[in-house]
Write a protein that binds this ligand. Structure first.
Ligand SMILES: Nc1nc2c(ncn2[C@@H]2O[C@H](COP(=O)(O)OP(=O)(O)OP(=O)(O)O)[C@@H](O)[C@H]2O)c(=O)[nH]1
Ligand SMILES: [Zn+2]
Length: 365
């Protein structure tokens, strides 16, 4: 028999005969993995869920405590969702036409966590305002916020940023850590107590997977920047969603949580580099690598001093460091295509001399 207490289960009410308690550790499509006193079981929802659940919110997700009908020979059946003490949800647009705001469902992505680690990098991209926005989100979730400033090894003097966060939110604990150098992790044991659950909130590339790996003492999440020499024989189990740390605390890391982190992306990672990205659209070749290519707007700007070398170097460092860089290329291609079609359109308009159409086009874009 497995004791569910280490999974944070508090029995407020004894389940009726025939049902046993459990905690959802994974959700893939409609199939649940639930840890129960019988061990880890695969489960589906009882039919009544589909009839009585008013909104998607009522469906169990990772972190939830449930009662289920245990089935020794096949899928168990989740019969009841127990009350949640905290939750994060996001809008679910699936199957709904854009603009039909009323039909957008709430999709709960993680529940029953005690702490929310607001993870932010101490590199040049450090922004107190973004942390404050995550703080608001966290306070609405019911979890207790803890600010984790990562990559301390990249910022020899992190006392400044640390003090900035402390000043902006005096009641919230702030810690600087380096997953790579193993610095500052011990201080987190205050939160990582047996039976406690933590979720990470933070933008892509801030080091959430690296932190999880460091806390797990093993690689459970793939970190994008793979070094050539150790990429063989990696042990990764990326599908797991609720991780039990050696300390006895749990970390929920769902794709849904990662998407939440992206909500801050509007002022995103490369917002400080608009000027650089504008230059890309002026390079002669659309696949310019800005190294030796003729007609490269970046090289020209570096040469005439309108682009600072330091600024360019920091941009390149960011590209190396962040996964976002990958998506950025696609974004820029789109942007360039938009520019081009806009230019073509206005050329055609000018030819036909129809200025009303031109105006209409500007509005559409
Ligand atoms: N120097 C330094 N780099 C780090 C540290 N932690 C993470 N990184 C690097 O930052 C990059 C992103 O790290 P990840 O752990 O994948 O970031 P993530 O937040 O999980 O990113 P997503 O999976 O996109 O949400 C990688 O290149 C890491 O090697 C650190 O403590 N120090
Ligand atoms: Zn170029």
């Amino acid at each position: 028999m497995i004791d569910l207490k280490p999974y944070g289960y508090v029995e407020a009410e004894t389940p009726p005969i025939g049902l046993i308690p459990g905690r959802v550790t994974e959700l893939q499509r409609e199939q649940y993995t639930v840890i129960t006193e019988q061990g880890e079981v695969t489960a589906v929802l009882k039919g009544t869920f589909y009839h009585t659940a008013g909104a998607r919110e009522d469906f169990p997700c990772v972190g939830d405590y449930v009662w289920l009908q245990y089935n020794e020979n096949g899928a168990s059946r989740i019969a009841k969702l127990l009350p949640r003490r905290s939750k994060f949800s996001r809008a679910d647009y699936s199957g709904h036409a854009a603009g039909y705001a009323k039909t957008i469902l709430e999709q709960v992505v993680a529940t029953n966590f005690d702490y929310v680690f607001i993870v932010s990098s101490l590199n040049w991209d450090f922004k107190v305002n973004r942390i404050m926005r995550y703080l608001t989100q966290t306070r609405q979730s019911g979890g207790q916020p803890v600010v984790i400033l990562t990559k301390a090894d990249l910022a020899p003097d992190f006392n400044g940023p640390l003090a900035d966060v402390q000043k902006a939110s005096p009641d919230v604990p702030v810690h600087a850590v380096s997953s790579h150098a193993g610095v500052g992790l011990d201080a987190l044991s205050e939160y990582l107590q047996p039976g406690k659950t933590v979720v990470f909130l933070g933008m892509s590339g801030v080091g959430k997977s690296s932190l999880l790996n460091a806390l797990m003492n093993q690689e459970v999440m793939t970190v994008k920047a793979i070094r050539e020499d150790d990429s063989r024989g990696r042990h990764t189990t990326t599908h797991r969603q609720l991780f039990m740390l050696p300390s006895g605390a749990m970390v929920i890391d769902t794709p849904g949580m990662r998407e939440l982190g992206l909500f801050g992306a509007d002022d995103g990672i490369s917002a400080g580099f608009n000027d650089v990205e504008e230059l890309f659209t002026q390079c002669r070749f659309h696949d310019c690598r800005h190294k030796t290519e003729p007609g490269c707007a970046v090289l020209t700007a570096l040469a005439d001093g309108s682009l600072q070398h330091e600024h360019w170097k920091r941009y390149l460092a960011q590209k190396r460091e962040n996964k976002f860089a990958d998506d950025k290329a696609g974004y820029l291609t789109d942007k360039r295509a938009r520019h081009k079609s806009l230019a073509m359109q206005s050329k055609n308009m000018k030819k036909s001399g129809d200025s009303r159409n031109e105006n209409r086009n500007v509005q559409i874009l």
